[in-house]
Design a protein around this ligand. Structure first.
Ligand code: CP
Length: 344
């Protein structure tokens, strides 16, 4: 039987995602469980983390399981991913051995591996997590590569719980249908991963919202793969997809504003050329004036967030900011995913 990984929400049906969200909501009400009793997960971090590491480790513990954190190249051997090459550089072992050995020890493997930011045609292949999925004999979970599916689930749960509370009687699966959702690019001094933006586009269209991708110029539109997923999701789930470069019209009457900074794909590897464009769009910051254009909209962000660069103190500290709820939900949704995969 094929192993069921969690690499992308697009690989999972709406019914599956709804079931995970329902289980996550149950874990939010009552955190303890035995679904991982006697089981373990290896968490491989090729990049830094605060929320992901903490919530996966605690989530495994709360379900009776055990997590082992490894940072290849730091506290574990550097890993080679090229196939058929002569390993005479830094890497001490190949992913073929790492994934197979870990599969003999643990029941689940989580991987965080960001792009290298030099060549998007290479980065978009997402080869680190696909290599783990290829060689592993246990389920692999995406802890953020070029998408961030755990953030997607945490985000949707936060929105369902926010709008569900104010709209009693609606089923969780339908409560977001028709909401106006703005995914806005924001300034950041460095070019960042497109993962959360790709993910927001996927999951917001999956849940039937009217989605506007707001970004400075056409160069900041996301990879065609994710634009195509979004279009397919709209066709299957209703809602709409619009690209805008005008904050005023994009924010008007929005119910949800989700912010993220990302680097423009055509400028991968030549960031000095992108910097003047990014620097010219610092006014994309989420502030009170823009939020006042919304229909009492909520604001969220995956975190970490640079205050007064991406969003103002006033927005972050306002009652309409649900970023902390979303961060809390990482714990609950990841427990749901681990429990589902460990029992599959
Ligand atoms: N949102 C998120 O994944 O946070 P960390 O990078 O701290 O894990």
């Amino acid at each position: 039987m094929a192993i069921r990984h969690f690499l992308s929400t697009q690989d999972w049906s709406r019914a599956d995602l709804d079931a995970l969200l329902a289980q996550a909501a149950a874990f939010k009400r009552s955190k303890a469980g035995t679904q991982l009793a006697g089981k373990s997960i290896a968490l491989l971090f090729f990049n830094p983390s605060m929320r992901t590491r903490t919530s996966f480790e605690l989530g495994a513990f709360q379900l009776g399981g055990h997590a082992v954190v490894l940072q290849p190249g730091k506290d574990a051997w550097p890993i080679e991913f090229d196939v058929g090459g002569v390993m005479d550089a830094e890497a001490e072992e190949h992913v073929a051995e790492v994934a197979r050995v870990l599969s003999r020890y643990v029941d689940l493997i989580g991987v965080r591996a960001f792009p290298k930011f030099q060549d998007w045609t290479v980065d978009r292949e997402d080869r680190v997590i696909h290599a783990f999925a290829k060689y592993s004999t246990v389920p692999v979970i995406n802890m953020e590569t070029i998408t961030h599916p755990m953030q997607e689930l945490a985000h949707i749960l936060a929105l369902q719980q926010h709008f569900g509370t104010t709209d009693p009687g609606s089923s969780p699966g339908q409560v977001l249908r028709g909401k106006k959702y703005v995914l806005t690019w924001t300034y950041h001094p460095k070019p960042l991963n497109t993962a959360v933006a790709n993910s927001a586009l996927q999951i917001a269209t999956r849940y039937g919202m009217d989605v506007t991708l707001l970004c400075p110029t056409p160069d900041y539109v996301l990879d065609q793969r994710y634009m195509d997923f979004a279009k397919r999701n709209v066709a299957e789930n209703g809602g709409s997809l619009t690209v805008s470069h005008d904050p005023q019209s994009a924010y008007r009457d929005a119910h949800v504003v989700y912010a993220k900074s990302w680097g423009a794909l055509p400028y991968f590897g030549r960031w000095a050329d992108e910097k003047p464009i990014r620097d010219a769009h610092k006014h994309f910051i989420v502030d009170e004036a823009k939020m006042a254009l919304t229909d009492g909209g909520v604001f969220s962000h995956c975190l970490p967030l640079r205050r007064n660069v991406k969003a103002t103190d006033a927005v972050m500290d306002s009652p309409s900011c649900i970023a902390i709820d979303e961060a809390e939900n990482r714990l609950h949704v990841q427990k749901a995913v681990m429990a589902a995969l460990a029992s599959s």
